[in-house]
Design a binder for this molecule. Sequence first.
Ligand SMILES: NC(=O)c1ccc[n+]([C@@H]2O[C@H](COP(=O)([O-])OP(=O)(O)OC[C@H]3O[C@@H](n4cnc5c(N)ncnc54)[C@H](OP(=O)(O)O)[C@@H]3O)[C@@H](O)[C@H]2O)c1
Length: 298
Amino acid sequence: MTSATPVRIIDGKAAAVRVRAEVKAAVALHTAAGRRAPGLATVLVGDDPASHVYVKNKRKQAAECGLISAHHELPSTTTTAELLAVVSKLNDDGAVDGILVQLPLPKHIDEHAVLVALDPQKDVDGFHPDNVARLTMGLAGGFVPCTPLGCLRLLDDEKELQLRGARAVVVGRSNIVGKPMASLLLGRDCTVTIAHSKTKDLAGVCRQADVLVAAIGRAQMIGAGFIKPGAIVIDVGINRLPEIDGRPGKLVGDVDWAAIEGVAAAATPVPGGVGPMTIAMLLQNTLTSYVRRLGIEH
Ligand SMILES: NC(=O)c1ccc[n+]([C@@H]2O[C@H](COP(=O)([O-])OP(=O)(O)OC[C@H]3O[C@@H](n4cnc5c(N)ncnc54)[C@H](OP(=O)(O)O)[C@@H]3O)[C@@H](O)[C@H]2O)c1
């Protein structure tokens, strides 16, 4: 018996290095021309450990690319009004091109009020309703949420893949991943299905997909029976397996990598797939905001 053909790894880490190098080179050109560097303001409320790690990484990578990152750390007792005042100041600050309010916010804060208060032209996370509408309507000039934008970039890098006319299935309908991902794929002329927890025969729906995007948050639930032979699989999920003998469990995606061997053509690993692309696209969005606001070429 011959062993199954291994799934080709779509290397998000390497792709993110390329995106960051592009951003860094562009920033260097602008500053060499005597312009200020692009500015990214990060706002972190409370003491969620994961959020602290995410923001630290975002700021570190921003600095490595030559962006100026201004950080605002607020206590968990911050009120909605106090946070809105910070957002308002950043909206008015000419040196700030991108504003990132790290989610989730503490429960007592009105998250929607905060997202709506952001200047849509500085909303580099792409969560403001104006930017959501632009993406849905296919209008240029907005911002697309970083995770789905990173997934699209990985798909664009797949030279053999013809998105036009392809069948795409997105599992997950969140506002930050599933829905914008579906809009992006529709914009590329895919025939798109959005599946979710109430979808009947999920495996059968997924088996139709030339491109399958899993954004569920359920460890390794996408197995061989979900995959059309030769499909490209993008695994957005980040799940921690239960600890063993007091040691923290492994980080895994929504896709059972071992099960899809010999069926899928290529897939993103977890870690090292979509994750690194998310921050890279945040930096790219900030650069986009900068060039738009200064009215200059990329
Ligand atoms: N790599 C990155 O940078 C990055 C960024 C963001 C998120 N993530 C990860 O991606 C995953 C999804 O994130 P999210 O924010 O979109 O999560 P979310 O808001 O919890 O949405 C999960 C979606 O999955 C669907 N779902 C849940 N169980 C299902 C099942 N058994 N069958 C089919 N669909 C099911 C839900 O359906 P209903 O709507 O019907 O409940 C929902 O639409 C998480 O693991 C998260 O950590 C990674």
